[in-house]
Design a protein around this ligand. Structure first.
Ligand code: NAI
Length: 660
């Protein structure tokens, strides 16, 4: 099929070749458009790359015959330019054949770069990973300057770094410090920021203008310029070693080399070749291959697919516009602000205005941090309304109760609410410990109530446990999950059982460590051990962060009451509740635990592994009891709700691999 399409003479209209469309217009401009079949986003699959090879050969021929003035690369998808390589292919990749495949793609991109006619990329929406690498091989890049454009290299999140020549070309265009910064963090840039860095050459306001601007760029033979010497100097001579050292220090603050090797391998590559982008390209393949085969990369891909899969729990066809939150405390206030940030119109109720005000202030601070432009902050504030009388209830699509953890108070609130609801509105509680059935008992229709259990701090933790009571139907829960997805959270459906998933697995782990401290072991050592294993924070510091009072009540609820006279019980009795009161197991200053020296230990990670045993054991039990539907959901839920080492792929995956 490909063969005979390519053998045909050039036609002035579109030819379909699978992923790509190519046609030339009367002016002699070739329009090369990617349209990955049967997919909402474009990816650079192996098939797409092989097709592109054939098309480039043909373009070379046409350029040599002067039948083509230039080429414009575009995407046919509304979602964006190219989201990256096709990650689904990675798991089955033959590692022995990978270097050759990479060399072939490198050669292809080099041929594009070496074309004598201008090649211009027109970018809208996502331009990530392999997509950006292809764009960087073009001579000139134009991007739509709107909210949807996102440009960057998210590869580190999958345990690798750019492998289609992106390392060297990003440095060539943006200079070493900025280019390494975006590759090491995986952060994506908006169009304006990408332009400032030199990854993009020109901005247009609307997608409709891309073609016109690209046409002009071809006719004027525009070419991007490389990063200026003032930037390049940072990769020259002895400065490069110094810069690499600084980058290693930064990386070490976030992740250990033994857990996440990719950033360190990239810094090594930079240290060797960062002053010569071509040498960087050559070194890239060699350094890339072992990363691709690493268990870290395999597990991070697993985490990626599992978290994408969570969206499938959401029922289709629901729209949510208005949210009413009752209780403007720690949780309710932050849930309301989060929903407003994500575009919902929110009414926030509490006993009086004075209790709502601090939540609005916190909301404003969140909007200022997350939204760049002032008018965006102002409109988000308009979406977040104080509502002491509860007028918003009747119009709300979703009602979330987050008042004090007291059964009678909650029952009374729901009894009053039930008659006022819009048909089909979600009625949810954020309770962390009361059985849903007990709250729902008094309702005329107990099936209406479900749990939407958020985590503190709401803006940082992506998980929402969608709690299913014995009254709920699949449809109810699918709707709850759809709401979580609509506000950009990751839902995991969990049965109403004490502690649900996350608190249930965390508590035995935290209490186990507390017991060791009671026996005289060093909290600093235990925390350092858990971090060496791969946890984001040690169990004692976590207990202090959650609050000792909260920890104590969850422990009681789960049947592990804190013993009278223990250090833990004493701390609670004396109001030393952890971070929030400035003193718990640690003293806290400016939100940081003041830790003493960590005692030397021969096998920190081994000790950490010992500490997380109860967490892993409990995850197994939770799955066996059917609290979550399967092991995969438990793994991703525990990762998202506790930060459990993503490079291990979740507690159950780690156990299967003999690593926990
Ligand atoms: P909080 O004590 O900070 O806030 C509770 C708010 O509810 C207060 O502002 C209070 O004035 C208000 N309230 C009490 N009765 C009310 C009524 N009848 N009508 C309207 N407002 C009323 O409590 P927090 O920590 O925000 O907890 C709220 C709920 O969220 C609880 O069910 C708790 O179990 C749950 N939760 C708490 C988490 C945490 O880390 N604090 C985490 C996840 C869930």
């Amino acid at each position: 099929m490909m063969e005979d399409l390519l053998d045909r003479p050039m036609l002035p209209f579109a030819e379909l070749t699978g992923s790509w469309r190519f046609h030339s217009d009367v002016e002699g401009i070739g329009w090369l458009t990617l349209d990955t079949p049967n997919a909402p986003v474009n990816t650079l699959s192996t098939a797409a790359i092989l097709e592109l090879e054939e098309l480039v050969e043909r373009i070379e021929g046409l350029a040599a015959k002067r039948e083509l003035l230039g080429v414009v690369l575009l995407s046919a998808k509304d979602s964006g330019f190219i989201a990256g390589a096709d990650i689904r292919e990675f798991d089955d990749m033959d590692l022995a054949a990978l270097p050759e495949a990479l060399r072939r793609t490198h050669a292809l991109f080099e041929r594009i770069e070496n074309l004598k006619i201008p090649v211009v990329a027109g970018i809208h929406g996502f331009c990530l990973g392999g997509g950006l690498e292809l764009a960087l091989a073009c001579h000139y890049r134009i991007a739509v300057n709107n909210d949807k454009t996102r440009i960057g290299f998210p590869e580190v999140n999958l345990g690798i770094f750019p492998g289609f020549g992106g390392t060297g070309r990003a440095i060539r265009q943006a200079g070493p410090v900025d280019a390494m910064g975006i590759m090491l963090t995986g952060k994506t840039l908006r169009a304006g920021a990408a332009r400032k860095l030199g990854l993009v050459d020109k901005l247009v306001r609307h997608r409709d203008s891309l073609r016109w601007e690209a046409r002009k760029a071809v006719l004027q033979k525009r070419r991007s310029t490389q990063a200026p010497i003032t930037k390049r100097v940072m990769a020259m001579g002895p400065l490069r070693g110094y810069v690499a050292g600084k980058m290693r220090e930064q990386a070490a603050k976030k992740a250990r080399r033994e857990h996440y090797p990719a950033p360190y391998a990239l810094i090594d590559l930079f240290e060797q070749h960062g002053n010569d982008w071509r040498a960087m390209l050559a070194g890239e393949i060699e350094a890339f291959v072992p990363l691709m085969g690493s268990t870290t990369a395999t597990n991070l891909r697993r985490v990626f697919f599992l978290s994408e899969g969570l969206k499938k729990q959401a029922a289709k066809g629901h729209q949510f516009r208005r949210v009413h939150v009752i209780g403007a405390g720690v949780m309710g206030g932050d849930i309301a602000a989060w929903c407003a940030l994500r575009g919902m119109s929110v009414t926030l109720q509490d006993l009086d205005m004075d209790r709502i005000k601090p939540a609005l202030e916190r909301g404003k601070a969140l909007f200022k941090k997350r939204l760049k432009k002032r008018f965006e902050v102002d409109t988000a504030m308009l979406r977040l309304q104080a509502d002491p009388q509860g007028k918003g209830v009747a119009r709300a699509d979703v009602i979330i109760e987050a008042v004090v953890e007291n059964l009678e108070v909650k029952r009374k609130i729901f009894a009053e609410l039930e008659g006022q609801l819009k048909p089909g509105a979600i009625l949810a509680t954020n309770t962390s410990s009361i059985e849903l059935e007990r709250i729902a008992e008094g309702l005329a229709d107990p099936a209406r109530l479900m749990g939407l259990h958020f985590f503190n701090p709401v803006a940082q933790l992506p998980l929402v446990e969608v709690i299913r009571s014995s009254f709920n139907t699949d449809a109810d829960i699918g709707k709850g999950a759809a709401f979580a997805v609509a506000i950009g959270k990751s839902p995991v459906v969990v049965k109403s059982a004490p502690g649900f998933l996350v608190n249930r697995v965390l508590m035995p782990y935290m209490l186990g460590a507390v017991e060791r401290v009671e026996r005289g072991e060093s909290p600093e050592l235990l925390d350092a051990a858990a971090v060496a294993f791969g946890m984001p924070m040690g169990p004692i510091e976590l207990m202090d962060t959650v609050g000792l009072d909260v920890g104590q009540s969850v422990a009681t609820e789960l049947g592990h009451p804190v013993p009278e006279g223990s250090r833990f019980a004493e701390l609670v009795r004396r109001g030393k509740l952890g971070r929030k009161s400035g003193q718990g197991f640690y003293s806290w200053k400016d939100g940081k635990a003041e830790k003493g020296e960590t005692p030397v230990h021969a096998d920190l990670a081994g000790l950490g592994r010992e500490l997380v045993q109860p967490l892993v054991d409990t995850t197994e039990i939770v799955v066996a009891e059917g609290v979550v539907a399967n092991a995969d959901l438990a793994d991703i839920g525990v990762i998202m709700g506790t930060g459990f080492a993503p490079f291990l792929g979740g507690p159950l995956q780690a156990r299967r691999d003999g690593r926990a």
